[in-house]
Design a protein around this ligand. Sequence first.
Ligand code: SME
Length: 155
Amino acid sequence: MWTPDPNIVRSALALVEGEKNLTANLANISALLFYSLKDLNWAGFYLWSEEDKELVLGPFQGKPACLRIKPNRGVCGAAYREQSTQRVPDVHAFPGHIACDGDTRSELVVPLMHQGQCVGVLDLDSPRLDRFTSEDQLLVEELVTTFMPIIWRTK
Ligand code: SME
């Protein structure tokens, strides 16, 4: 049985330790985030397809979402293209925001970097305006830089 650890980074490490399947690890990390952070309506991954040159929906928690995102579209596309975290306090003020879930008001998207390349993004959505603080951003970035070398080497 899984019991939550208040330290989310430690919790993520415990979840991925010993498992080499990428899908399984991303699925558990999305569930960990969805149930650990307050006021989220979506938490999940879009992975870059080198073949299709677009982001493709990966493991997530929340309502069914857009399957594919071109790199020149949306908050996820911006995070991928600029290889930098996008913290959007009001999605309605973000040009080109893709409304997968009409409840979403703010969004945090962190690029997944592997050996200098962006291989996907982690997307967190909230129905609350300005939900994500700079502390949240640092925490999620720390989480991503901690789990990426562990889960990606086994892809
Ligand atoms: N809102 C995102 C699209 C993904 S969904 O929110 C799950 C965007 O603008 O890229």
